[in-house]
Design a protein. Structure first.
Length: 404
């Protein structure tokens, strides 16, 4: 039995386990639900998909049968304990799902302590089950009580949008706080912080149109981010900020604030500036309305959560990439380098065959030097544009040096 067949067999066993957990009430699903295997769900505004090993769609009959909660079980029969990096990668993908969600991981071997600690902090349920007998719970799936209390307090004051995950289970249905308020005729006064739908292809068109604009093109400076700074007449300030902060766009003052520590890292400085300029170009009115509301609200200073800004940052990252590495010029550079290395197929599939990683790193270095950006930004762009597909990373520096 190969690895795929082994994984499918374990998943089928877990599917039967999930049915049992639903029947005995261990996993609460309410009256209206459906159970699925290998179902795909849209992420990143529909530009990508997340395939859940096992999912339970819990629906709210009072609100057009919309999905009220998505319960996801990830199945891992690896023959070893689950790495923290694998846990973080999977959990990161689920954050892009446009539903409230409850997350579980089932594995046949177990979990190292760092994964257990992270799961306890993030509310992910961990189950050990070898396919037979009773399952062993290593971490229960819970809501953070402090976070839940804070959410309810701010929502009821009208100072915060209702969260998307369920807070209440009543009459056989899951409800979010927003649904409960609407159902009882109570308005939510806080403005909605959601950007307009803009897939990457549309953002590319927006940047191309900007670059071709005579008013933009005629600005006498070499770098596109400097041109856009002048074009938008945005102020820029440097301040002492923690190393966890790459910058901020203040929509009310029409000002970009960057940390002093970025000055010593020019590539990161360029991308951070381009990212904040994207907010100024794409999102200014939405952010200004939002910031104005909380500046005048009768409440303490409110800092939106990372989740609320997620889609703004996704769009800003794509905009910054196209601004610093314009699409036509980027594709031309890739075409020339592929020809130089005699690569005739796209994507260039990178595995552990001898010589592939050195070619990949050479291409990345050349493009990074050409556009004066970091290697990481080039790698991300090559992957997103479908020029490369990395199947397996080399696990030792010696393998890289030997050409594997």
């Amino acid at each position: 039995m190969n690895t795929t067949e082994q994984g499918d067999a374990y998943e089928n066993k877990v599917f039967r386990l999930v049915k049992k957990l639903i029947t005995d009430g261990t996993v609460a699903v309410g009256k209206h639900y459906s159970l699925h295997q290998k179902k795909a769900y849209p992420i990143d505004f529909g530009t990508d998909q997340f395939i859940a090993d096992i999912s339970i769609e819990v629906r709210n009959s009072h609100f057009n049968d919309a999905i009220s909660n998505l319960i996801i079980f990830e199945c891992k029969d690896l023959g070893r304990k689950l790495d923290k990096s694998d846990f973080e990668e999977w959990r990161g993908k689920t954050q892009n799902l446009p539903f409230g969600k409850k997350l579980y991981i089932v594995t046949s071997i177990g979990f190292p302590q760092p994964v257990i600690d992270k799961a306890l902090n993030t509310g992910v349920g961990l189950i050990i089950w070898n396919g037979y007998g009773e399952e062993k719970w290593m971490a229960p799936r819970t809501l953070n009580e402090v976070e839940q209390r804070d959410y309810q307090f701010n929502i009821l004051r009208g100072n915060l949008n209702a969260p998307s995950y369920p807070l209440i289970f009543e009459n056989g249905c899951f409800y979010t706080m927003g649904e409960m308020l609407r159902y009882n005729g109570l308005p939510i006064n806080a403005p909605t912080l959601k950007p307009s739908y803009l897939p990457r292809t549309e953002i590319n068109k927006i940047v191309n149109k900007l670059l071709a604009s005579p008013d933009f093109y005629s600005i006498e400076t070499d770098k596109n981010e400097d041109k856009l700074l002048t074009f938008l007449n945005v102020k820029i300030e440097f301040q002492e900020l923690p190393t966890t902060h790459n910058g901020k766009y203040d929509a009310i003052r029409h000002c970009i604030i960057l940390p002093n520590w970025l000055i010593s890292q020019p590539h990161r400085l360029r991308f951070s500036l381009a990212h904040e300029l994207a907010h100024a170009y794409l999102h200014r009115e939405k952010l200004r309305q939002y910031e104005s509301f909380f500046a005048t609200a009768d409440s303490a200073t409110y800092i939106p959560s990372e989740a609320e800004f997620h889609w703004f940052d996704v769009q800003a990252n794509d905009f910054a990439s196209y601004l610093l590495m314009p699409d036509a010029e980027f594709r031309q550079a890739v075409s020339i380098l592929f020809k130089q290395h005699r690569l005739h197929q796209v994507p260039f599939v990178i595995d552990n065959q001898k010589g592939k990683f050195p070619i990949y790193y050479s291409i990345v270095d050349s493009i990074a030097n050409h556009f004066d950006v970091s290697n990481d930004h080039v790698k991300n762009r090559l992957k997103k544009d479908g020029f490369v597909e990395i199947i397996q990373q080399p696990n030792r520096i010696g393998n890289i040096l030997r050409g594997y």
